[in-house]
Design a protein around this ligand. Structure first.
Ligand SMILES: Nc1ncnc2c1ncn2[C@@H]1O[C@H](COP(=O)(O)OP(=O)(O)OP(=O)(O)O)[C@@H](O)[C@H]1O
Ligand SMILES: [Mg+2]
Length: 74
């Protein structure tokens, strides 16, 4: 078993990153936290390269009908 994973620094698409099994710090819990907070407006204030776009890609895919049944991703 090869434990070494590719650390991608230029992948902003959640599905691509997961499908290719690149190194990923699991932030899927954010979906529940964010959903249960019931916020109308969410400001994501993080510095450059902190995963804002990747996180939004994850949320988008989680709620997209195109990703219905994709338990492999979540
Ligand atoms: N949870 C994570 N686990 C592993 N790698 C991650 C994670 N989040 C982001 N990355 C990596 O860090 C890089 C930067 O993430 P992303 O582009 O989402 O950040 P950003 O905050 O939108 O950056 P920018 O300020 O440039 O728009 C991505 O290319 C991705 O490969
Ligand atoms: Mg970005």
């Amino acid at each position: 078993m090869n434990m070494a994973r590719t650390v991608s620094i230029g992948c902003q698409d959640y599905e691509t990153l997961r499908k290719n099994q690149y190194f990923y710090i699991d932030k899927t819990h954010f979906i529940r936290e964010w959903w249960e907070a019931g916020d109308i407006v969410t400001l994501i204030a993080r510095p450059r390269r902190f995963g804002k776009t990747l996180n939004i890609s994850m949320v988008e895919q989680f709620f997209s009908v195109d990703y219905d049944g994709r338990g492999d991703l979540f």
